[in-house]
Design a protein. Structure first.
Length: 248
């Protein structure tokens, strides 16, 4: 997301909200420039000095926000998707401060809404959303392109995730014992593999914890044979550190 300020060619700046800070009143503003909607902040009566352009990254997120930190406080600001029902600001100590959501003008033709909040902080100040299911959603969470997946489509995505992970962990466990610095991590990787096998058992028809556990070892044996027979290797040989397996 671009944080530059293309104020030229912008003639529609509007004030969305105003709040008090230790340094005086602060305004949340929005404007359009270069075919992008921008949400920014400014001290009341001055020009905008920080802004974030919406949908300018490679992926769309539920929360698109940035932060401006002063000496003892900070303001997190940006915009949130329609699924977000409320926002709050978290600081580096885990303290939570209230935030506000403000609709953008209809003329902007933008479904996202402005959002912001002020917090006591010295190093960290981030905007966190909560959706209609009560989930806590931070800026890194990518917004799905589809929200109408059928149960069958969701199960297939879970199956593919398990298949990819089981293949990778099985391949890793074949080579880890020969790498001294990785050998101590074998139990952790075996645990990751067992958890994925357990989930796949449910996808394949297990109807209880007992039946899932009973199918788990057979699933693992199946993947050991498949990796050996196929000579399978990860698409990127220089993948994640085997000592700290990353989500696959």
């Amino acid at each position: 997301m671009d944080h530059n300020l293309p104020m030229e060619a912008s003639h529609d700046e509007v004030v969305l909200d105003e709040t008090a800070t230790p340094d005086g009143s602060l305004e949340l503003v929005a404007y359009t420039a270069k075919r992008t909607v921008w949400v920014g902040i400014r001290s009341k009566g001055s020009s905008t000095n920080a802004a974030i352009g919406l949908h300018t990254g490679s992926e769309e997120h539920y929360v698109e926000a940035t932060v401006s930190i002063r000496s003892s406080w900070g303001v997190a600001f940006g915009a949130v998707s329609p699924e977000i029902e409320q926002v709050e600001v978290h600081n580096e100590r885990g303290e939570v401060f209230p935030g506000r959501i403000i609709p953008l003008p209809q003329s902007f033709r933008e479904e996202y809404r402005g959002a912001w909040g002020v917090a006591d902080c010295e190093r960290e100040c981030r905007l966190v959303g909560r959706d209609d299911r009560g989930r806590s959603i931070e800026g890194a969470m990518v917004r799905p392109k589809r929200t109408d997946l059928s149960a069958e489509e969701s199960l297939e995505l879970i199956r593919k995730h398990c298949d990819s992970g089981l293949r990778y962990y099985t391949w890793a466990l074949k080579r880890m014992p020969s790498i001294p610095e990785q050998a101590d991590h074998v139990p952790l990787v075996e645990s990751h593999r067992a958890m994925l096998a357990n989930v796949l058992a449910y996808v394949e028809g297990a109807d209880s914890e007992r039946t899932a556990v009973s199918a788990r070892e057979e699933i693992i044996r199946r993947y050991v044979a498949a990796v050996e027979d196929e000579g399978w290797e990860p698409p990127l040989r220089s993948g994640p550190d085997l000592g700290s397996p990353a989500p696959i």
